[in-house]
Design a protein around this ligand. Structure first.
Ligand code: FES
Length: 154
């Protein structure tokens, strides 16, 4: 779907901007919003480029730079922090050989930190794209990432 088609689907009212940005980003294989997308949005929705960028930058889920196919967002808020978020970061970093904010060489994974995901009952927690994972430990991380890597080999 083109950016114009996404706008058409939701309607070009300002209140639809977040949903439109979300759809634009998720259909980009590199998980980001391009400069061209922003210019199209600005023209079609009659919103200034700076306002669109300002709105999108407020939400950590939006990116203006290319990222991996899978965005791993590890919760850093206190309940997850106390229950081992740093161990989770450590396990992901060593398995994928990337730091926070980086993307693996094969373009598959980007690692990010995030605030509360709303699933504190199963802390420590993370999301990979739209899927939530809780009660994490090193072994579980290993299995989850192996499964995705296997799927991508097919
Ligand atoms: S604090 Fe981590 S999910 Fe809420």
């Amino acid at each position: 779907m083109t950016t114009k088609e996404i706008i058409k689907k939701h309607g070009n009212k300002k209140e639809n901007l977040l949903q439109i940005l979300h759809d634009i980003q998720s259909q980009n294989p590199k998980n980001y919003i391009t400069e061209e997308d922003i210019n199209t949005l600005s023209r079609e929705m009659i919103i200034s480029v700076s306002e669109i960028k300002g709105t999108a930058s407020f939400y950590t889920m939006f990116s203006f730079t290319p990222r991996g196919k899978y965005i791993i967002r590890v919760c850093e808020s206190p309940p997850c922090h106390i229950l081992g978020a740093q161990t989770i970061f450590g396990a992901i970093k060593s398995k994928l050989d990337i730091k926070v904010g980086e993307t693996t060489d094969d373009g598959l994974f980007t690692l990010e930190g995030t605030s509360c995901l709303g699933i504190c009952g199963v802390a420590p927690a993370m999301m990979i794209n739209d899927e939530a994972y809780g009660n994490l430990n090193e072994e579980k991380i290993d299995k989850i990432l192996d499964k995705i890597q296997e799927k991508e080999k097919i």
